[in-house]
Every structure is written in C-alpha cells, then in structure tokens.
Design a protein around this ligand. Structure first.
Ligand code: FE2
Ligand code: FE2
Length: 625
C-alpha cells in the first residue's frame, strides 16, 4: 500500500515540478487555477518535502511576477504553514516575504507589514544577510507607500549595515534602497540628505544590463532630477533627465519610458522651456493613461510645472483629477480587502463559491435570528459582538494604516474608541451601544485613505483648497463604510461622517448642529479631540492634559455638546485618579492587534523609540484634522 502511495505521489510531484518550472521559465501558464490547485496540493504529498517546499515557493514567485498577487497570497499562506510544519526557518522566512510582496501588490499594506515582520524575525535567526536585506528593502517600500518616510529611511540604514558584511547586498540591494531613501528625503524636504543618498546610489550602481536594473536606474535618475530641481540646479537636472532618457530607450518596457519623460518634462519646464516641458508632461499623462499605468506621479509633475508657470486654473484641474484618482483607488482597495475578509470569515458557512457578499451576510443574519430563539440572550449578544468584531477587523486594520501618517504608533484609533465607549456609559447608553461605539469609533478617520501625504503631513497651516481636501475625509470614510456590506456598520458610518460637526453648526461636512448630530458622533468628537491634543503629531507638539481639558472646556457649547462636555471632564479626572498611565489603559485593544504588534517588532529591530522618528513641529492647535 505504501509503495502505491509513494508511486502516485511521485507522479504528482513530477507533474507539479514540470508545470511550475515551465510557468516560471516562460512567464505564462495556460491554466492559473490548475497551477494554483497543483501548488496547494504540494504539502499533502509525501515524496520529497524539501523539493515540495521549493516548488510551492516557486509557484508563489510565479504568481507574484505574473501579476496575480491575490492567488499568490493564498499559495504563500499555504507555503508558510507547510514550512512551519517542516520546521524550516529559512523557507518560512522566504514564504513570509513572498506573502508580504503579494499582499503589498494587492494594496494590503498592513498585511504586508505583518508578513515582513515575521520574515525578518526568521531571517535574523538564520543569519541570512541577503534575505534580511531583501526584507528591509521590501518593507521600506511598503512604508513609503504608507507615507512613513522616516521609518523607511531607518530600514535602509539597516541595509547599509548589512552591506558591510555582504558584497551581494552591497551590489544588488543597496543601490535601489539608497535611491528609495533619496525619494523619502525628497518627500521630507531634506534636500541635501536626498542628494547625498542619490549620489551614493548612482556611484555604487553597476551599469544596468537587464530590464530590471534599467528600470531601477531610470527611477534613480528620475529622483536625482527632481532633487536637483528643488535645489535650483537646473543644468544638473537636465543632465540627469538625459541619462534617464538614454537608459529608457534601451528598454522595451513602458514604465522606464514614462519615468524618463517625467524627468525630462520637469527639467525642461524649470530650466526655461516651460511650454515644451508642460506639453511633454501632458503627452506623457495621456500615454500613461492609454497604457493603464499609474498616472499619479505624472499628474504631480504636471501640477508642479503648471503652478510654476502661473497657470493655476489648469493646475487645479489636474490636481482634482489626481485626488479623484487617489480616492477611487483607495476606496476600491479597501472594499476589495474587506470583501475578501468577509468571504474568508464565512467560507466555512457556505458550500458554493461566494460572489455576492451582501447575500451571504443576509443569510447569516437570518440564521442568527433563528438561533436567538434557542440560546440564552446573554450568549447571543456575546456571539453577535464577537462576530461584529471579526467582520470589522480588515476595515479596522486599513483604518489604522491610514492613520499611521498622523500617529505612527497606530494607537490613536483604539484609544478614541475606548474613551468614546466610556463616555457613552457615562451618558447612560445601553450595553449594546456602549459595545458598538468602542469598535465603530476606531474607524472614525478611515476616510484618510483618500487624502494624499502631501496634505495630511503638511507641517504648516492649510490653504483654503487644502483644507477642503482634508475635510473630504469625513465623507470618504462614511462612503466606504456604507459600501462595505458589513452588517450593523451604520453607527460607524455616522461617526465617520459627523465627527467633525460642531454643536454650533459650524463644523463639517453637513454643518448640522445640536442634537441633530448623532449622539455617537458627538461622543467621538470629544474623545478624538482630547486624544489628538494630548499626543504629538507630525505637525504639532503634545499638549498637557490640563491645557487640553481647559481648551475643551472653553469649547463647551461651541464645538462640543455642553452636557457631554461636563460628563467628559468629570470622566477624565476620574480616570486619571484610577489609572497612573491612562494612555496604557486606553490602548489595551491596540496592543492586542497583530498589526500593531508587528509594527512594535519592527521598531524593536530598528531600535527606534515609538515616536522618535516623527518630525517635530511647533504648531497652534488644529482641531480640523
Ligand atoms: Fe477626522
Ligand atoms: Fe482622529
């Protein structure tokens, strides 16, 4: 019998091997779902575990490079589990890194950071320099996407350390990593550091030979050009834009071509050839769109050039196009992941593949109602609450990720939820409401997914149009929650929409006042402002508790519901008596979150204090963010 088993699994392994290696070699597969199934079957064979592991990792690589990251995520998860069962730390680290890459590619950056964090721990244990450097590099890319430029720079510093020990790291990973640092400094407006980084990146780069290295180098020259424009070295900018163009011409891929055109257009516009530069950028935008490539960077360049030319109306038109694009992408991304999460959560309850999440949710709800007749009431409530928590989890993570630009610890949302729930209790709400407000208030700023870094992180005050963009986060958040198909999400939607309304009707977006503002939103407003005031943000220092409370008191009946304000002030003084470290007490749920834990591990390895790398700016209070 065992002989028969061996023979049959041997055949299956041979089949898998030829299928996966052909796919990797040719870069295509006739049947992605068969390949996926074959890969998922590998852990169940009993032929050659080492080979089975290598093959399943190869399958993930294939799905990643051929633009099927969603399938890649599923296979990478199976690979991690398989490697874990074989106690193979090196393979586990590889699987975790691939899971991170695929997750990041689907736009699930919190998930990617969690995976990179596990991959790092494993790679450190196996002392594999090259693997560690790769993970730091990928992680820094994810951090840049989240607008966490300081942390990305700190990751690259780790790669610099590793390059001392490994020629491979120095040659392959360090140059593109340093270029990424230059991009970070460009965003942080630290131009001399940016130029130093890009000079080093270019000086240690080998001449590019293949499509991949050409693309990296063109990107580096693009950053170089933009940095030189910022320091008004226009001649230098032209030189580097020209290098980008020559390299891009050697590649058949459209991406380097677009990158080079952006550099050229900017260099021309800023060195006196305004019209030439602007028309090149306009043409590049059309080309990017027709190729369905991300056009955000081209739009940013075009807006910059038009502003420089004093053509503000046109600049505004493109700026709006960019904002709409960002908003749409961000919303689609969140909705996709929330849907995936709901489907996965309820997969065991359904035999057929799920297309319509709403339908499944309704079926689940009906079943819950039927159950209610049978089980004790308290138990039903507990189960319903657990279910709600589980359903909201993906949304919560993405909301926390959007908040990281404001609060790099990610704990703000959780503290606001907790404080809001305590205030709801003081206000005499029923148990159900008290529970819901804790979870719902965590999502109050989920709409920040749609707000660009440049505005969210701006250290000085907003101009009127920037303020308008910033204020959009309330409606974006409410929209995305409403469209999420998560049952019982209504309260979260109300909080997201109305947490910036004021008692006197002078808030936004609906400009409603008094009791017209939903109670949950009035409660969250107090908790949110208090927490924002008492903590440091990239654009402001932390206020003392006393100063924050007297500010809130002075806004009683203006910004805040007067009765709730009284309850809130009494609540905070009681809590301060009861808990030596109130932040710690309110942040309990944050510490239980796997995402926050992963970030903690990354900081530990980077040896960063929690908010050490946030920029410090003195700034007057800004309640409007
Ligand atoms: Fe907000
Ligand atoms: Fe907030």
């Amino acid at each position: 019998m065992s002989h028969f088993n061996d023979a049959s699994s041997g055949t299956a392994l041979d089949f898998a091997e030829s299928m996966i290696s052909t796919a990797l070699r040719t870069g295509a597969t006739p049947d992605a779902s068969l390949l996926r199934q074959t890969a998922l079957n590998l852990p169940h064979l009993s032929e050659d575990p080492r080979k089975q592991l290598e093959l399943i990792l190869d399958a993930v690589r294939f799905f990643y490079v051929s633009g099927m990251p969603t399938i890649g995520v599923g296979v990478a998860e199976a690979a991690m589990e398989f490697a874990g069962a074989s106690a193979d730390a090196a393979a586990m680290s590889k699987a975790a890194m691939l899971l991170g890459l695929c997750s990041a590619d689907t736009g699930n950056l919190p998930r990617a950071m969690e995976a990179y964090s596990s991959a790092l721990v494993l790679a450190t244990a196996t002392q594999d320099c090259m693997q560690q450097a790769k993970i730091w590099h990928n992680l820094s890319g994810a951090l840049v996407y989240c607008g966490l430029f300081r942390e990305a720079v700190a990751c690259v510093a780790k790669i610099t350390e590793l390059a001392e020990f490994s020629a491979e790291v120095k040659e392959q990973i360090l140059p593109p990593a340093l270029a990424l640092t230059a991009l970070c400094y460009l965003n942080l407006d630290e131009l001399s550091a940016g130029i130093a980084a890009i000079e080093r990146a270019v000086s240690i780069s080998k001449p590019p030979v293949d499509a991949h290295s050409i693309q990296n180098r063109v990107l580096a020259e693009n950053y170089y050009t933009r940095l030189l424009i910022e320091v008004s070295d226009f001649q230098g900018a032209i030189t580097h834009a020209r290098i980008a163009r020559e390299l891009a011409n050697k590649s058949k891929s459209p991406r380097p071509d677009i990158q080079a055109s952006v550099a050229e257009g900017l260099a021309e516009a800023f060195s006196g050839n305004l019209d030439v530069g602007i028309s090149r950028l306009t043409a590049t935008l059309e080309r990017a769109k027709s190729l369905k490539l991300a056009s955000r960077e081209v739009l940013v360049a075009l807006v910059k050039a038009l502003e420089f030319a004093g053509r503000h109306d046109e600049a505004l038109k493109y700026l709006q196009e960019m904002l709409t694009g960002q908003r749409k992408t961000a919303e689609a991304n969140v909705l996709h992941h929330v849907k995936q999460h709901l489907v996965q959560l309820h997969a065991s309850d359904s035999n057929s593949p799920i297309e319509d999440v709403g339908q499944v949710m309704r079926r689940m709800e009906t079943r819950a109602e039927v159950l209610e007749g049978r089980v004790a009431k308290a138990e039903v409530i507990r189960q319903r609450q657990e279910l709600f928590k589980a359903r909201v989890e993906a949304m919560e993570r993405l909301a926390v990720a959007a908040e990281l630009r404001d609060d790099s610890t990610g704990e703000h949302s959780y503290r606001v939820g907790r404080m809001a729930c305590l205030l709801a209790k003081e206000a005499g709400c029923d148990d159900e409401t008290i529970f819901m407000i804790d979870i719902a208030a965590r999502l109050h700023d989920v709409g920040k997914i749609g707000i660009p870094d440049g505005i969210l992180l701006k250290p000085s005050g907003f101009n009127p149009s920037e303020r308008l963009v910033m204020e959009m986060h309330a409606e974006i958040g409410a929209d995305v929650l409403a469209r999420s198909e998560i049952p019982h999400i209504k309260m979260a939607e109300e909080i997201a929409r109305h947490h910036h309304e004021r008692w006197d009707g002078r808030g936004y977006p609906a400009k409603i006042g008094g009791q017209e503002i939903p109670l949950a939103a009035r409660i969250t407003a107090l908790a949110d402002v208090y927490d924002a005031l008492t903590h440091k943000r990239p654009y402001k220092q932390a206020w003392t508790v006393e100063a924050s409370l007297s500010e809130i008191l002075s806004l009683r009946g203006k910004h805040f519901d007067p009765e709730l304000t009284d309850l809130f002030l009494a609540l905070v003084s009681r809590l301060r008596r009861e808990h030596r470290d109130l932040d710690y007490h309110l942040g309990e749920a944050a510490r239980a979150s796997p995402f926050i834990q992963a970030r903690g591990k990354i900081w530990e390895t980077l040896k960063l204090a929690k908010d050490e790398y946030q920029q410090q700016f003195q700034r007057t209070m800004d309640l409007q963010r």
